[in-house]
Structures are given as structure tokens and as C-alpha cells.
Design a protein. Structure first.
Length: 79
């Protein structure tokens, strides 16, 4: 884990808050595990590439679970 300055932590926190706010304006929200990943990024436990990879992996896992439950077809078919 890289040590980051308090200034960098603040910048990362603001970036996360901006992203969460943008999603909220679209009527969307993030689940607790994804928010936890973002907090780890804020604290310097993850760098941007690690955060991106973790979020992509999480999305793929959720998509696979939804797909196996038939939810993806139900949602896409309803669109």
C-alpha cells in the first residue's frame, strides 16, 4: 500500500463523492461492497488501476449471477 498525503486523500474523497452524486442524479446508487472499495481507494489501500479492476470484477460477478438467475434477459427484454 502506497502512503498518500492528506491532500491526496481529500482529492480522492471528492472524486468519489462526485461520482456518487452523478449516479444519484441518474437515480442510481452503489452497493455497500462497491462503496467499501471506493473507501479503500480514498485511504490509499488501492490505486486507481486496482480500484478499476476490482469494480470491473465485481460488475462481471454480479452480471454472471443475474444472468444465471435469468434476470438479465428479463431486464433487457423489458427495455
Amino acid at each position: 500500500m502506497a502512503v498518500i498525503t492528506e491532500e491526496e486523500k481529500l482529492r480522492r474523497r471528492q472524486s468519489n463523492e462526485d461520482a456518487i452524486g452523478t449516479l444519484a442524479m441518474e437515480g442510481l446508487s452503489l452497493d455497500a461492497p462497491t462503496l467499501a472499495l471506493m473507501r479503500r481507494f480514498e485511504e490509499g489501500e488501492l490505486d486507481r488501476e486496482e480500484l478499476s479492476a476490482a469494480v470491473r470484477s465485481r460488475v462481471a460477478s454480479l452480471h454472471a449471477r443475474m444472468s444465471s438467475a435469468g434476470l438479465v434477459d428479463a431486464i433487457v427484454g423489458a427495455a
